[in-house]
Write a protein that binds this ligand. Structure first.
Ligand code: ATP
Ligand code: MG
Length: 561
């Protein structure tokens, strides 16, 4: 990534790393992004990805790297589908793990050997207590825990029992391997935590080779140490686990000493981020899939048309702190608009069409004009727009009886067609229900690409699409998936506050230059918002489908105030 970093103050993690490099504690820094392949990545993960890969990029001169490590130690919840989606998402965000792709499941033998090492040093024992008994004996914040009978085993007994656990002699839940640390520690995580449990389950990588699987708190520090991770960055809920992390590193035969540092996770308004809840939304059909454009998943955001660059800017803007808070999703949308405003070519589309007949344009006559694709970026080129006798304009751009300040079309009034001539409304037709169905107008000759002539009052330009050449398209108007800021806190549960209007699919007219674009073409529909051709359903020339990425302005800000 060669994006300029405003040389503002470093966050506390970057400060620590800079100090470690300056003092010579480390010659370089190695970070890692360690997803568990049990779901799709979301915008919260993007914060972690931008942090870890960002740090590696910024310190590339020292040989810094960031590993992509699949933390696939739990056989039950993981699927290869997730591994592939995670890789695609990290790449799409603009990051590259080079040859640093790792799977924690490749370390199973090492985890096992370390456990044997702990047993030999009297630091781990096999315990037959049930989960319930363990819970009771663990005590609480005011009462110290008591050790179970398992703690009395000799080293030889423990070695034998652990070997038999591994050989499959016990049923699930029959026994576990526990660390012998401190049953009266004020940190409950140190009260002889479980290191290994029995699971007679098939693993996506190791198949049926193992029937005992390590716990996260035991495996994670070992994974970091094996990969020579210098700074292991995780979210705040692991702060209380750090003493255990350090205990494992201290007591296992590892060559390097990673340091765990915690930062606040990202929470966003109007969304849920827990994998369990996202899975529920997908499985129960509240959304169309993991990449539904309303989800905060990376694949959903991408399909929605959010540029990866905007996600990186957003990550930078929210920064890294130790304080848990909730970020307004409007900030993310702001970054999306910023990027798209600068980069997205302009196009015209009419979402709520009203036909205008230009009575003084002969049938078949084409008035062709060239218009720039972007008001400030000439390098985005120009395109030709053709006009015939009939065009579509937006229904709201005509008023039968307009107030003074309405500068668009009304009886007898003039308006400019963007990139085209000025027209004057000469009349209109209505249906039986009293709705305006047709506008009669005349084109004012010589006004295309020219100043407004003397004697003509024209103070606005509206967008339009030619009726003969325009193409009909499906336009999907996406809005927030939830109606309240904090769906997790909703009394009736997050499903009770799903926004029933989060997707409106309409038929619209788009300009002919959009006929040939492939999927994932981002543009601004002038005066409306940013749109992208749908990644999954858009078929050029056959079935054009455009998603609204974000409206030009924030309509929610108005509603809220
Ligand atoms: P689960 O605990 O259900 O597995 P998870 O969100 O922690 O969910 P992981 O795959 O373990 O999923 O996460 C990978 C990395 O992303 C971790 O280092 C985690 O700390 C980080 N991460 C996850 N959610 C967020 C978030 N909301 N903000 C910042 N970082 C996050
Ligand atoms: Mg996790």
């Amino acid at each position: 990534m060669s994006e300029s970093t405003p040389s503002a103050k470093l966050d506390f993690i970057r400060e620590i790393i800079a100090a470690d490099l300056a003092s010579g504690k480390h010659a370089t820094t190695i970070t890692r992004f360690p997803p568990e392949p049990n779901g799709y990545l979301h915008i919260g993960h993007a914060k972690s990805i931008c942090l870890n890969f960002g740090i590696a990029g910024e310190n590339a001169a020292t040989g810094a790297r960031c590993h992509l490590r699949f933390d696939d130690t739990n056989p039950e919840k993981e699927e290869t589908e997730y591994v592939e989606s995670i890789k695609a998402d990290v790449r799409w965000l603009g990051f590259d793990w080079g040859d640093g792709l790792y799977f924690a499941s490749n370390y199973f033998q090492f985890f096992y050997d370390c456990a044997v090492h702990l047993i030999k040093n009297g630091l781990a024992y096999v315990d037959h207590d049930s989960a319930e008994e363990m819970r009771i004996k663990r005590g609480n914040l005011t009462t110290p825990g008591t050790r179970s009978a398992g703690a009395e085993h000799t080293v030889e007994e423990n070695l034998d029992l652990f070997a038999r656990m591994r050989a499959g002699e016990f049923k699930e839940g029959e026994c576990v391997l526990r660390a012998r640390i401190d049953m009266s520690s004020s940190n409950m995580n140190l009260r002889d935590p479980v290191l290994y449990r029995i699971m007679h389950a098939h693993h996506h990588n190791t198949g049926d080779a193992w029937c005992i699987y390590p716990m996260y708190d035991y495996a994670h520090p070992l994974e970091d140490a094996l990969e020579h991770i210098t700074h292991s960055l995780c979210t705040l809920e692991f702060e209380n686990h750090r003493p255990l992390y350090d205990w494992v590193i201290e007591n296992c035969p590892v060559a390097s000493k990673p340091r765990q540092i915690e930062f606040a996770r990202l929470n966003l308004t109007y969304t849920v981020m827990s994998k369990r809840k996202l899975l529920q939304l997908v499985q129960e059909g509240h959304v169309s899939g993991w990449n539904d454009p309303r989800l905060p998943t990376i694949s959903g955001i991408r399909r929605r048309g959010y540029p990866a660059e905007a996600i990186r800017h957003f990550s930078k803007r929210i920064g890294i702190t130790k304080f848990n808070g909730t970020t307004d999703v409007a900030l993310l949308e702001f970054e999306v608009r910023e990027v798209l405003n600068a980069t997205a070519p302009r196009r015209m589309a009419v979402l709520d069409p009203l036909k205008v007949v230009l009575e003084n344009v002969a049938p078949g006559t084409h008035e062709v004009t060239e218009v720039p694709n972007h008001p400030q970026q000439p390098e985005l080129g120009v395109r030709e727009i053709a006009m015939t006798r009939e065009i579509w304009i937006e229904r709201e751009d005509f008023m039968e009886d307009p107030p003074k300040k309405f500068y668009r079309l009304g009886p007898g009034r003039c308006v400019r067609l963007r990139g085209g001539p000025i027209i004057r409304c000469t009349g209109f037709g209505k249906n039986d229900a009293g709705e305006v169905t047709l506008i009669h107008a005349e084109m004012i000759p010589g006004t295309t690409g020219a100043d407004t002539p003397e004697g003509i009052e024209c103070r606005a330009a509206i967008h339009w699409v030619d009726a003969a050449n325009g193409i009909e398209a499906e336009v999907r108007l996406y809005d927030r998936l939830f109606t309240v800021e904090d769906p997790d806190g909703a009394e009736g549960g997050f499903l009770s506050v799903i926004n029933p209007d989060s997707l409106k699919s309409i038929r619209a007219w788009v300009e002919p230059s959009l006929a040939g674009v492939g999927p994932e073409f981002s543009c601004q529909f002038e005066r409306i918002g940013y749109f992208v051709s749908d990644l999954a359903d858009h078929q050029p020339g056959i079935r054009p489908v455009f998603n609204r990425t974000v409206a030009l302005r924030d309509s929610w800000a108005k509603k809220g105030s």
